[in-house]
Design a protein around this ligand. Sequence first.
Ligand SMILES: O=C(O)COP(=O)(O)O
Ligand SMILES: [Mg+2]
Length: 226
Amino acid sequence: MTRPILIFDLDGTLIDSAPDIHAACARLLEGEGEQPLAFEVIRSFIGNGVPVLIDRIIAATALDPARKDRYLAAFLEDYGAHATDLTFPYPGVIEALDAFRKDGFSLAVCTNKPEAPTLAILSALQLEGYFEGVVGGDTLADRKPDPAGLIHLRQRLGHGPVVFVGDSEVDAETALRAGVPFALFSQGYCKVPFSDLTFAGQFQHFADLRPLVFKLLAEMPVPARG
Ligand SMILES: O=C(O)COP(=O)(O)O
Ligand SMILES: [Mg+2]
């Protein structure tokens, strides 16, 4: 039987990474003689990838847009060295991944975080062994909300039924465009009211994800046999 595929977003879904992203942004701004931005402000800038994070910081401060490449490189170098100082999986993530693995799911990650820090974080938090595929923000030509990452992972992992688990409006749009049901984690970094999102179900603790995923799989149309 085709194995079902469960694809997870990373920041604000599997891991609470905003504290380290905020700290690295604060060091970048201090290095440029600027005041750090508030934690909630930086958290609201996460989800569209690091280049967009830097654009949003430039727009909110006196940083020079012409020096974006330099800020981006400085951020990535610093964040790469400190990405798991304050970052942990959300409660229940490891138990949920263990259960899904026992159930026979193929597990994967589709994040807008660049691939190098993504792989380093998964390794440092001992999560890497769970995932048969990882797509970062710079892995393919287009990142979320482009559906290419979900489509690529589905093809790589055997074309089984897919559920995408994420926290944000970016993830909801990605799932919609890929034609995949979306399970919304309500404790992440979403910037818009949930009523503005398309999602098949939501959960607030990872202990509640497994029944939701089985419900969504049971609701999926059975593919026609040729
Ligand atoms: O914006 C980012 O860098 C990553 O965000 P994501 O893991 O939620 O896709
Ligand atoms: Mg996210």
